[in-house]
Design a protein around this ligand. Structure first.
Ligand code: SF4
Length: 324
């Protein structure tokens, strides 16, 4: 029997190159080896209450990109978190076994509390409990994560372990599966690529728009003139070349150091490679975009399949906790 993978992502709408290299490609590759469950976590998005009016559009656009990238509803369960209400019940039950101190120590809670001091809501504190419920509701054994998500997963393991100790062995402790491209920096070369920070390249852009975005990227700040030798090791364009254009990486590095290639030409080369890589995805996306009902049906079918597993786990949990 295949091991079960679970991963969730917030409904951020159109996906960008960082999502693709850091997560989606990995999701697609895992489909043959594992029993995969991929979820758009719309309830998590409510912790900040930003633009809830755009949620449905964001879910639709995100699923378009996921399907266009190769996620296959015949192989994986693809659904929206709130379509499986059992997760909210399990969240409440797990909150009873989770010491508050564990949650207040989570570094991302402190960071988020700083970002929205006017709205430090209970959901923000309980976020890791809901994340644990997302995973253990399906008894997932493996969770693909980036390095920045490791502390959350460790907490999920602790909550699962504590439940098992108190009520008997119920949940597998989910293992981290680090993605091969853990952290993709944005065009500013400083922060993780993110739509919010405006340093991203959306997958659905046209080739021309992609080229224009790449041209805005920060490179080696010490390279002021075309004749200055560059330092590729500190340049994010060089890093992106490593992901998108690995065969030419060594030669680009040498040509940069000897000032044989300028940053404009280097960026043009990267933009061409990104466009060539994404061309099949963009073609599939354009076709899928003409079939909105298909996207809805994929998500409804995914939720139905997820609910079968969820109902079984929840019933077991309630029995063990003495509720039924
Ligand atoms: Fe970066 Fe390329 Fe410019 Fe070198 S030539 S600094 S690798 S953009």
């Amino acid at each position: 029997m295949k091991r079960r993978v679970f991963s969730g992502a917030r409904p951020t709408g159109r996906q960008h190159l960082g999502n693709y290299l850091g997560a989606i490609q990995n999701y697609v590759n895992l489909q043959d080896e594992y029993d995969c469950i991929y979820c758009i976590v719309d309830i998590h998005a409510l912790t900040s209450l930003e633009d809830t009016g755009g949620l449905q559009k964001n879910i639709h656009e995100m699923m378009l990109d996921w399907l266009a990238a190769g996620l296959d509803p015949q192989k994986s369960i693809l659904f929206v978190q709130s379509h499986v209400p059992e997760v909210m019940q399990l969240h409440t039950l797990l909150s009873m076994v989770t010491p508050l101190g564990w949650l207040l120590r989570v570094p991302t809670f402190k960071e988020k509390a700083k970002l929205q001091p006017q709205n430090i809501n209970y959901g923000l504190v309980g976020y890791p409990v809901l994340m644990t419920a997302d995973i253990v509701l399906y008894k997932a054994e493996v969770v693909p994560v980036g390095e920045d998500q490791l502390p959350h997963l460790e907490l999920a393991r602790e909550i699962a372990r504590r439940f098992n100790n108190l009520f008997g062995n119920t949940f597998p402790e989910p293992e981290a599966k680090l993605t091969s491209f853990p952290l993709i920096l944005g065009l500013d070369g400083k922060e993780k690529m993110s739509k919010q920070l405006g340093n991203d390249i959306e997958l659905a852009l046209s080739p021309q728009e992609t080229t224009e975005r790449v041209m805005t990227a920060v490179t080696d700040p010490a390279r002021r003139y075309r004749t200055d030798p560059g330092h590729p090791e500190i340049c994010n364009i060089y890093r992106l070349q490593g992901y998108i254009n690995p065969l030419e990486l060594d030669s680009i590095g040498e040509r940069c150091r000897s000032a044989d290639i300028g940053c404009v030409d280097c960026k043009m080369l990267l933009a061409q490679k990104i466009n060539a890589t994404l061309e099949p995805l963009r073609e599939r996306r354009a076709v899928l975009a003409t079939k909105p009902q298909y996207i809805t049906d994929v998500l409804l079918d995914g939720a139905q399949r997820a609910r079968v597993i969820a109902a079984e786990t929840l019933s077991e949990v309630k029995q063990k906790m003495g509720l039924i």
